[in-house]
Design a protein around this ligand. Structure first.
Ligand code: F0G
Length: 353
């Protein structure tokens, strides 16, 4: 038995890394592909969940960040900067801590989940709240790093990020022994759909897989520029992770859809929250709201007949539910505590008068 070395070592020959680079790793990757039995029954498909919330900082961003921070260190950079709706910042902060370099994050004031903020704080990042949304933060991060090139920009506009994230597609194929027929995932800044498509395309052109999936990119209805075909000025959704109006990887997302015969679709906040509760209560997988967009989109696409019975479907669930306890607890009525007494337990369960 040999410990998992992290994804750079595991897929080194497929990644753009220098031979002399020392990976900055927290043993990210190798996340579970869990059979989703309830969803499979509901759709007549073979549905799997790629559970990215089980990465070291609780989201898929760690795949890109091990690469981006390794790359920055190899180039002699001593500081990283990103704009974030919360997960990128948590990941950047952790990998910077591991590398012993400085991390600064630009976040939209008041619009990120509590757990994500807690992560950036405790990993020791310099947190800068911005009176603006993610798109404003990203523009600011781009300008700041252009002016101060000693600071590495670690958003997904950094090509190392996409490289790292494509490994999730490799893992799916490695475990299934083939490519799925459909791959559904939430889309915000569109780096991840770009990365998955690259991963699937590389395995296919190298003859490791015989097919590629149709890509199903799901946005929140209030933040669905790729569905609308134009940027959204004031994006709004309960799924704050994907509250993005002007995706940086627009072209990569379009390529993924067009080449795969896929589609973009929008899920309303209610559909997202229904899928969020379904995943936890039926599949035992607690994700953050944005992650549930993949499942909301799958169910809608299936209802329209876009996903045939018998298909193999993978839904990426991108982030851990623990990052956003407020949404889980929202609207839960307060209940009175019981005395220390078995009959009271029975009463609370409706088993005694
Ligand atoms: N799901 C979660 C949980 C995310 O945090 C993000 C993006 C996405 C999906 C969408 O991925 O941007 O590659 O299309 N979060 C970024 C951040 C924007 O700052 O953490 P994408």
């Amino acid at each position: 038995h040999r410990a998992w070395p992290g994804l750079i070592e595991a897929y080194r020959d497929r990644l753009a890394v220098g031979g002399d680079w020392t990976p900055v790793t927290l043993q990210e990757g190798a996340t579970p592909l869990i059979p989703a039995e309830y969803l499979s029954e509901l759709t007549g498909c073979e549905v799997y969940l790629k559970v990215e919330g089980l990465n070291p900082t609780g989201s898929f961003k760690d795949r890109g960040m091990t690469m981006a921070v390794t790359d920055a260190v190899a180039r002699g950079q001593r500081a990283v900067l990103c704009a974030s709706t919360g997960n990128t910042s948590a990941s950047a902060a952790a990998y910077a801590a591991k590398a012993g370099i400085t991390c600064a994050v630009l976040i939209p004031a008041g619009k990120i989940a509590m757990g994500k903020l807690a992560q950036s704080v405790i990993y020791g990042a310099k947190i800068i709240q911005v009176n603006g949304n993610f798109d404003d933060c990203l523009e600011l991060a781009r300008k700041a790093t252009a002016e101060f090139p000693q600071i590495a920009l670690v958003n997904s506009v950094n090509p190392a990020r996409i490289e790292g994230q494509k490994t999730a597609a490799f893992e799916v194929c490695d475990v299934l022994g083939r490519a799925p027929d459909v791959h559904a995932l939430p889309v915000g800044n569109a780096g991840n759909i770009t990365a998955y498509w690259r991963g699937y395309s590389e395995y296919f052109s190298d003859g490791i897989t015989a097919s590629k999936p149709r890509m199903l990119g799901v946005q929140a209805a209030g933040a669905a520029p790729l569905v609308k075909g134009e940027p959204v000025k004031n994006p709004e959704t309960i799924a704050t992770a994907i509250r993005i109006g002007a995706p940086a990887s627009w072209e990569g997302a379009m390529t993924a859809r067009n080449e795969s015969g896929g589609q973009f679709r929008a899920a309303t906040d209610d559909e997202i929250l229904d899928a969020y509760r379904l995943l936890a209560s039926r599949e035992g997988v607690f994700v953050e709201p944005a992650s549930a967009a993949s499942v909301a989109g799958l169910l809608a696409a299936h209802a329209e007949g876009w996903v045939e019975a018998g298909s193999t479907v993978v839904c990426t669930v991108t982030g851990n539910g623990l990052k956003d306890p407020d949404t889980a607890l929202h609207g839960i009525p307060e209940v009175e505590a019981i005395p220390v007494d078995p009959v009271s337990v029975a009463r609370a369960l409706g088993l005694a008068e």
